[in-house]
Structures are given as structure tokens and as C-alpha cells.
Design a protein around this ligand. Structure first.
Ligand code: TPP
Length: 687
């Protein structure tokens, strides 16, 4: 191995050596503790340390890194105390994730380290979002994301690199090619000769380097960093290395031929660097001894502190409270940005809160008549004015105005930096939205159709929803979901998929049915620091209109609306169901029908649901979503459990057929819950 020290000072070289040696010595100790049964699992980075350490050394301390499971060197080189890291690995409350996450699956804002989720690839697009934030703020900074060579086979790798290239983002993608993904060798993972060859396909530059040479890694990333900042472009680095131990300690190494260990043993990043420093007389053998004994002592001391961690004290209330971030003054509209209400010409810094949850209450504000779609547009427009840090992303949303024209004119007014067309990369855009949150931005992603959320599912369910609970980082993201059927659009442009998400703690699910609610709930969604999925029914876009206050106002998330007073039964519903129920009630004055519009599906307004049972004793839950596993089942179960004594009949559900959504109008009409509404009401009243 050839080391070229260029103009690196002796002091710096010694620092590099210390940073390299420390994680190795920690690992050696961990392997002993593992054998003694004192720790449960360990993913080793032995032999690969030069990449993690070199990467951190070549970046600024406040540049975000997205590391993976073998990158202890990232955490130690960012100077995270071993005692606290050890508490983290042991699942202690005083670790970085309050005992909620294992091994390296945690982050720290203080150290600008974004915690991984097990799925590997999703880290890459988060780096895109951070880099976009730097670009928008015109900061001279990069983000850096790690991937193994195995992780490059994931769609997330492709999407993240493609988005970074198309948006000219200053991101460094760093592949640690260690020869094996668990037991799978590279020839069963990919067919290109070198992974760096892929850079060209994305329209970016790349380089393959010796990942075991700390000076090569350091100099390369330092230079690449400057390149990314200067040219505002991403860069791909393939660092060749070898995994000297098993995938994790329990998996062994039988599947790796011995000659590879023999070969790579000679390339050990630490032994070789140490020899170089001794040869250059930067270090003397006594120095080596003294650093080693210093670290040995330090590790023992730190572990002694770590071992003293108090056992986890379980507080269910704390667990529940930590699923959602509380609104802060940062997340709400900035007082410095004064929104001028168009009708009054007076400054309005904070949104008004309108309580229209009861039929008798209505806003005294100046209103105008808007269609559902235009109410959404107005809410979005006012939110763009209220939050200068709000970025909109979606397919065709810029000049074209989006598939439904909701953002028409926005690109011209707010500029293409804030109103961004995206490639067809749903997963990467959700990931980028999270990256923007890391840097204090708010973002909206328009799913062209709610059906396409499937390709961004992992990032929503596992990253956006869980990140706050896992390590306290909020995801300030709104995903708009044009949803629903009745428009003759077939199985993949019509689905009601809200129930896929209501099962996921950490998300908020909002589903308005009227223009006034659509605008107010959308504004509330942007003021909420948590990830909100905002379902907007396509069939309502142009078929429903109503009086909408012109002001910048909020409707509270989590509060249902009592639509109509009645005595014989209450229809609990949302979205298109509200209109089906209302139409039915208008056509059947002989039945006294009460209607409750849930408006938010997560969290549910249990108080309003209980009141509905109290008012009528008969409950019909109506939704356009299919029956089995729909939110109706959850509500029915809750009522049975908590309001049994108030019921005069079993809770009934009216939902769409348990089939995919058919295309032909006749089939679709038969599919939709509306076709069975009368029958279900009659059954419930006749009970
Ligand atoms: C989406 C997903 N599929 C499978 C796994 C299981 N898994 C964990 S690590 C790993 C190998 C990863 O290989 P590579 O990206 O080369 O990283 P390395 O472990 O070699 O550092 C696999 C298959 C996973 N965590 N996530």
C-alpha cells in the first residue's frame, strides 16, 4: 500500500491514526464482550475503518452524514462518547434513542448524523434532501451517504442518484464495496465491472479508490467535496475494501474463501498506516504503545460508565407522547413573514382557528365561493406565502401545474426552486422531503395519484412515521394524495388506500370532504411538524363547492365535524361518504339521520364518535374504502368496547366490495359503498 502524505502535517497524520485505531480497539473489545454474552449482536467494520474515518475527516463537522451498520468510525470520529454509544447498543434509556432502537439505527442532530433504518437504501435520498436545502440556502456544504455494494441493487440507490443528478445536488454517494452482501458475492449482486461505471449512466462523475488507504480516502473525499460545492453536482465514489468478519458475528464466514482473507489481511488499513507512520518517523514504536494503552484505558473507563446505565423504566405515557412532535414556534407560520389577507389588507401572522365542528357554529369571516379543488389551491397558496421555507415537489407540478392543475401559476409566482418538478422517483422524493426537514425546511409532495404511493411506501411507513419516536428528529412533510373512485379510472387511479396508513403510528391522516375543511386542514397540516398524509378526493375536486373564508385559517387536525342533527341513526363517515350520506338524508326526510364527518382518520376523534353513539344509539360506518381491514372495522371495535351500553343495535359497516376497483362505470357503481347504502340503513333501522 502506497501512502502519499502530500502536505498533511505530522500532527494531522497522528490524529488520523488515532481516529483509525480507536474504533478498531472498541470493536476488538466488543467481540470479547459478545463472547462473554454481555452484548447481543455486533456488525463488524473491522478492515473497513479507513472509509468511515476518512469520510468524516474530510467533511465539516456540521455536514450531514448518512451512515450504515458498519460505520462505527463515523460515530467515533464525530466524537460521540463511547459510554453513551455503549448505552445505545445495550438499549439503555440514556442511549441516543431512549432504548427504542438497536445498534447503529439512530441519529443525532448535534453530530449531524442521520440514523439509518434497516432497509439500507433509504439513507441515500435523505442526503438528496439535505443537499437541496444547502443549495436553496446557497450554503457551501455537502451531504454524504453511505451504501454497501449490496445496497446498490435497491431501487432506492437508482432513484437517489437520479434525483441528485437531475437536480444538480451537492451529494457524495459513497459505496463501500466489501465484496459480500451477507453471503452474496458481488458476481451475484451486479453485472457491471465496477459499480462506479454506473455514475456515467446517471450523468455524474465518479471514481474508484482503495478504501483501505486512509490518505487516499481523505484526499479523494476532500477533493470531491470541493468539486460538489463548486460545480453544484453529485459525485459517486466506490471505495474498495473487504469485510474481515461475518455479516454479523452469528453468521460466520464459511461462505468466504480463505484466500480472500489472506489477501486482504495484507491490506489492513490500520497496520499499514501504522507501519507507514513508523517508517516516516512520524511515530515511534513507544508512541504506538502509548496510544494503544491510552485507548485501552479509555475504553475500559467508558464501558464502566456505560455498564452503569440504569435499567429502562417503562412509562407508557412517555412512549405514547413521543410518537408525535409537539408544534413549536418554528413549525408554525413565521411571524416575520406577514401574510396580507387579500380582502382586508391587514397583516395576519398566525392562522385563525375556525371551529366549525358543530352545525350551528359557522365562521363570521368574509367568504367566497370556491370549488373543493380551488380551496386546496388557496390553502396551498397561502401556506407558500406564510412559510418561506416551504418547498413543493411532485411530478409535473411546475409549469404544467400538476395533473389536476392545483399548482398552476405557482412556479411563476414562487419560482422553480420552491415549486419543483420531480422525476418519477416517489421513494427518493419522500426521502428528500425528510432530508429537507433535517435542515429546517417544510415540504409538500404531491403524489400524482394516491395509488402511486406504493412506490414510496417504505420511506413513509418506516422513515417519516418512525423517525421522531426513534431519535427525536421530526419529519415536517405533507404528502397530498389525490384519491378515490367514481371517476371511471380503473384499478390504479381510483383506490382508497388510507387504511394502509392509519395503522402506522407517527403519521397523521387527514381526509376533508368540503372546501372549507380542505383549505383549513391543509393549512393546519403545513403548520404541524409531523408527517401528514392529506387525502383529497378527486371526484369532489370539481363537483363540490361552498363558502370558504378568504383568510388564512386552520381547521384543527383530529377534530370531527357534526354535519347534520338526527335521532334515528348516525352515519359516521368521511370524504365522498359525507356527500352520499347527505344526499341520502335529503332524499329521505322520513328518516332522521345524523351525520358525523371524521375529517381526520389518525388521530381519530373518539370524543365525537362517543357523542354520536349517545345521540342516536345506532351507528352506521360508511366508507369508500373496501370493507375488510378498512378504518370502519377499527371504529366499530372501539364503539363495541367503549360504548356498548349506549347501543340499540349492532354497529354496521357499509363499504366498497372486497375486490380491486373495476373500470366500467356499471361495475364501478356496483363496487362502491354507495350502492349498498340504502340496504344497510334499512337493515340497521329494522334491527
Ligand atoms: C431492504 C432490505 N433487504 C434485506 C435486508 C437484509 N440485509 C441486511 S444487511 C444485508 C447485506 C447488505 O450488504 P451491503 O449493502 O453490501 O452491506 P454490507 O453489510 O456488506 O456492509 C442484507 C441483505 C435489509 N436489511 N434490507
Amino acid at each position: 500500500m502506497r501512502f502519499d502524505r502530500k502536505d498533511i502535517s505530522n500532527e494531522q497524520l497522528i490524529q488520523f491514526y488515532r481516529h483509525l485505531l480507536y474504533p478498531r480497539m472498541i470493536e476488538e473489545k466488543m467481540l470479547i464482550l459478545l463472547r462473554q454474552g454481555k452484548i447481543s449482536k455486533w456488525f463488524s467494520g473491522i478492515g473497513q475503518e479507513a472509509i468511515a474515518v476518512g469520510a468524516v475527516l474530510s467533511l465539516q463537522q456540521d455536514e450531514w452524514i448518512m451512515p450504515l451498520h458498519r460505520n462505527l468510525g463515523v460515530f467515533t470520529t464525530r466524537n460521540m462518547p463511547l459510554s453513551k454509544l455503549f448505552m445505545q447498543w445495550q438499549g439503555a434509556q440514556e442511549g441516543y434513542s431512549k432504548g427504542r432502537e438497536r445498534s447503529f439505527h439512530f441519529g443525532s442532530r448535534e453530530h449531524h448524523i442521520c440514523g439509518m433504518i434497516s432497509h439500507l437504501g433509504p439513507q441515500l435520498a435523505i442526503a438528496d434532501g439535505v443537499a437541496l436545502a444547502h443549495k436553496l440556502k446557497k450554503e457551501e456544504k455537502v451531504s454524504l451517504a453511505f451504501t454497501g455494494e449490496g445496497g446498490t441493487s435497491e431501487g432506492d440507490f437508482h432513484e437517489a442518484l437520479n434525483v441528485a443528478a437531475v437536480w444538480d445536488l451537492p451529494v457524495i454517494f459513497l459505496i463501500e464495496n466489501n465484496g459480500y452482501g451477507l453471503s452474496t458475492p458481488t458476481n451475484e449482486q451486479y453485472r457491471c465491472i465496477s459499480l462506479v461505471d454506473r455514475a456515467k449512466g446517471y450523468g455524474m462523475d465518479g471514481v474508484q479508490i482503495d478504501g483501505n488507504n486512509i490518505l487516499t480516502v481523505y484526499e479523494t473525499i476532500k477533493g470531491v467535496r470541493e468539486y460538489c460545492i463548486k460545480h453544484q453536482k453529485p459525485y459517486l465514489i466506490e471505495a474498495m475494501t473487504f469485510r474481515m468478519r461475518g455479516h454479523e458475528e452469528a453468521s460466520g464466514t464459511k461462505y468466504v474463501p480463505q484466500h480472500l482473507f489472506d489477501l486482504w489481511e495484507k491490506n489492513d488499513p490500520i497496520k499499514n498506516f501504522e507501519e507507514f507512520l513508523l517508517k516516516e518517523k512520524v511515530l515511534k514504536s513507544e508512541d504506538v504503545e502509548s496510544v494503544r494503552s491510552e485507548f485501552k484505558e479509555k475504553i475500559e473507563d467508558e464501558l464502566a460508565i456505560g455498564m452503569k446505565a440504569a435499567p429502562v423504566v417503562v412509562e407508557t405515557e412517555d412512549e405514547m407522547n413521543d410518537v408525535y412532535a409537539a408544534p413549536s414556534s418554528n413549525s408554525r407560520s413565521q411571524p416575520s413573514l406577514r401574510l396580507v389577507a387579500p380582502d382586508r389588507g391587514e397583516p395576519n401572522t398566525q392562522p385563525l382557528l375556525i371551529d366549525n365542528s358543530k352545525p350551528t357554529h359557522y365562521s363570521p369571516l368574509t367568504t367566497h365561493d370556491l370549488r373543493f379543488i380551488n380551496a386546496i389551491k388557496e390553502g396551498l397558496h397561502q401556506s407558500m406565502k406564510a412559510h418561506s421555507n416551504l418547498v413543493l415537489m411532485g411530478q409535473d407540478i411546475a409549469e404544467y401545474g400538476g395533473a389536476f392543475k392545483i399548482t398552476e401559476g405557482f412556479a411563476a409566482e414562487f419560482g422553480k426552486d420552491r415549486v419543483r418538478n420531480t422525476p418519477i422517483c416517489e421513494s427518493a422524493i419522500v426521502g428528500a422531503a425528510l432530508g429537507l426537514s433535517l435542515e429546517g425546511y417544510k415540504s409538500m409532495m404531491e403524489m400524482q395519484f394516491a395509488d402511486f404511493v406504493t412506490v414510496g411506501f417504505n420511506q413513509i411507513i418506516n422513515n417519516l412515521a418512525k423517525i421522531y419516536y426513534r431519535w427525536g428528529q421530526n419529519a415536517d412533510v405533507v404528502i397530498r394524495m389525490p384519491t378515490g373512485g367514481g371517476v371511471g379510472a380503473g384499478p390504479f387511479h381510483s383506490q382508497s388506500n388510507e387504511a394502509w396508513f392509519t395503522h402506522t403510528p407517527g403519521l397523521k391522516i387527514v381526509y376533508p370532504s368540503t372546501p372549507v375543511d380542505a383549505k383549513g386542514l391543509l393549512i393546519a397540516a403545513f403548520n404541524d411538524p409531523n408527517p401528514v398524509l392529506f387525502f383529497e378526493h378527486k371526484a369532489l375536486y370539481r363537483s363540490v363547492s361552498g363558502a370558504v373564508p378568504q383568510d388564512y385559517y386552520e381547521i384543527e387536525i383530529g377534530k370531527a365535524r357534526h354535519v347534520r342533527e338526527g335521532e334515528e341513526l348516525c352515519i359516521i363517515t368521511y370524504g365522498s361518504g359525507v356527500h352520499w350520506a347527505d344526499d341520502y338524508a335529503a332524499l329521505h326526510p322520513e328518516v332522521s339521520i345524523d351525520i358525523l364527518d371524521l375529517r381526520t382518520l389518525l388521530p381519530l376523534d373518539y370524543h365525537a364518535i362517543r357523542e354520536a353513539v349517545q345521540r342516536t344509539g345506532r351507528i352506521l360506518i360508511l366508507h369508500e374504502d373496501t370493507l375488510t381491514g378498512g378504518i370502519g372495522g377499527e371504529i366499530a371495535a372501539w364503539i363495541a368496547e367503549h360504548c356498548f351500553e349506549l347501543l340499540d343495535a349492532p354497529v354496521m359497516r357499509c363499504a366498497s366490495l372486497d375486490t380491486p376497483i373495476p373500470f366500467s362505470i356499471e361495475l364501478e357503481n356496483n363496487f362502491l359503498a354507495k350502492a349498498r347504502l340504502e340496504e344497510t340503513i334499512t337493515k340497521l333501522l329494522g334491527y
